[in-house]
Design a protein around this ligand. Structure first.
Ligand SMILES: Cc1cc2nc3c(=O)[nH]c(=O)nc-3n(C[C@H](O)[C@H](O)[C@H](O)COP(=O)(O)O)c2cc1C
Length: 170
């Protein structure tokens, strides 16, 4: 399927709706060119520091965390209907142990503006370069959030990715 650059607003609603249901696929790559996909259910699209930003929240225990720390870029991919099993797989096994692209039959397509590839089978894509990051600060969280999400103290790193391009199926 032919892919074309588009406006963020063309894919914003679809992105948010998938984020709130099965999830999106965050792709990152190591310095040797090995890439990995991880499911995300948390994220924000908006403007920070004068730029369009996709903020993703990644726990330090994820293999993905190590990759983003090394290459400072990522892509966010919006799965097509029917990809629920793939999204679930990428959210339950780690790239430390498996080549998820190979195991589940995903195709990596070279990114235009970042090192990390996009996933061909997905219907929309964001290419992002990390321009800032922040740790979640335990003391600044409500006790309810701390109890619900951080019993193991695995506090997310928030990566602010400048959106360099947005792509959708023609
Ligand atoms: C629906 C869903 C949403 C998820 N959202 C996130 C998220 O936003 N941040 C995160 O760190 N992990 C999230 N996870 C967990 C990771 O996807 C999971 O631990 C994955 O196996 C990590 O892969 P990796 O070790 O290859 O990076 C989510 C899992 C699922 C199933």
């Amino acid at each position: 399927m032919l892919k074309v650059e588009c406006d963020i607003k063309d894919i914003f609603e679809l992105t948010n709706s998938k984020l709130g249901s099965e999830g999106l696929l965050l792709v990152s790559m190591d310095l040797d060119g090995k890439y990995n996909a991880m499911t995300i259910g948390w994220g924000l699209i908006g403007r920070v520091w004068g730029d369009p930003i996709f903020m993703v929240a990644v726990r330090p225990t994820r293999y993905t965390h190590r990759l983003i720390e090394k290459t400072n870029d990522f892509t966010v991919n919006v799965p097509n209907d029917g990809m629920e099993e793939i999204v679930n797989y990428c959210g339950t096994v780690s790239g430390r142990d498996y080549d998820k692209f190979k195991e589940i039959g995903l195709t990596a397509e070279k990114g235009e503006r970042v090192k990390s590839p996009i996933i061909s089978e997905c219907i929309a894509h964001y290419e992002c370069k990390v321009i800032g990051k922040s740790k979640v600060i335990p003391d600044l969280l409500s006790s309810e959030v701390k109890r619900r999400y951080y019993s193991s103290e695995n506090y997310h790193t928030l990566y602010f990715g400048r959106i360099l391009s947005t792509i959708k199926e023609k």
